[in-house]
Design a protein around this ligand. Structure first.
Ligand SMILES: [Zn+2]
Length: 199
């Protein structure tokens, strides 16, 4: 009897490990497309993936710092609160979001303020005053909507700024799923308009 019980316990453990593994692989499949986009835009390799304390999935070039994870959770918390105020109820779970922390391509903006931003190709912003010769600096960038995914620069200070960037990029994703017309009106900043969009 003892042996049978042990065998059953082993089977239960196996079943659990197997289903956890399948779940992780499925999650990775959903992430693969946005991971490719993140690498293409940032030219970084994301070797680390962790969950934030509240359950967002976070990819990092380095192991994400606890301050960055807290900033991500705060940004999403603020996003969900302002979304509910606007009666938007879809995609308000931390686990709906995948955040990529890229290596910044600069530490300061042109005014000399701390601004760990990422250089990306200008695309529709070509010829505007953000065009610095084929590239531009962004604080964040949406990568996809299923899952909701975006890129932000790694902060080592001013984590309130990091939280704001998370909230701002998340605004595009919330609008995409809750108010497509308003999403279309606000997705492209090349003709002006910025953040916050939701009040
Ligand atoms: Zn934006």
């Amino acid at each position: 009897m003892l042996k049978l019980k042990n065998l059953l316990q082993i089977l239960v453990v196996f079943a659990f490990v197997f289903s956890a593994n399948v779940f992780l692989q499925a999650q990775n499949r959903a992430d693969r497309a946005v991971l490719a986009e993140a690498e293409r835009y940032s030219k970084d390799k994301f070797n680390f993936v962790v969950n934030s304390p509240k359950g967002a999935r976070v990819y990092g070039v380095k192991k994400p710092s606890s301050q960055m994870l807290a900033a991500i959770d705060k940004g999403l918390t603020d996003l969900f609160a302002v979304a509910r105020k606007n009666r938007y109820n879809k995609r308000l779970n931390y686990s709906d979001y995948v955040i990529f922390i890229a290596s910044p391509d600069r530490q300061k903006n042109y005014d000399g303020n701390y601004s760990p931003d990422i250089a990306i190709g200008v695309a529709q912003y070509a010829g505007t005053d953000v065009d610095k010769g084929g590239y531009m600096y962004v604080a964040g960038m949406v990568l996809g909507y299923n899952p909701g995914a975006f890129l932000i620069g790694e902060h080592t200070q001013d984590f309130n700024r990091a939280a704001d960037v998370v909230r701002y990029e998340g605004e595009h994703i919330v609008l995409y799923h809750n108010d497509r017309r308003r999403y279309n009106e606000t997705m492209d900043h090349s003709k002006g308009g910025g953040h916050p969009i939701l009040q």
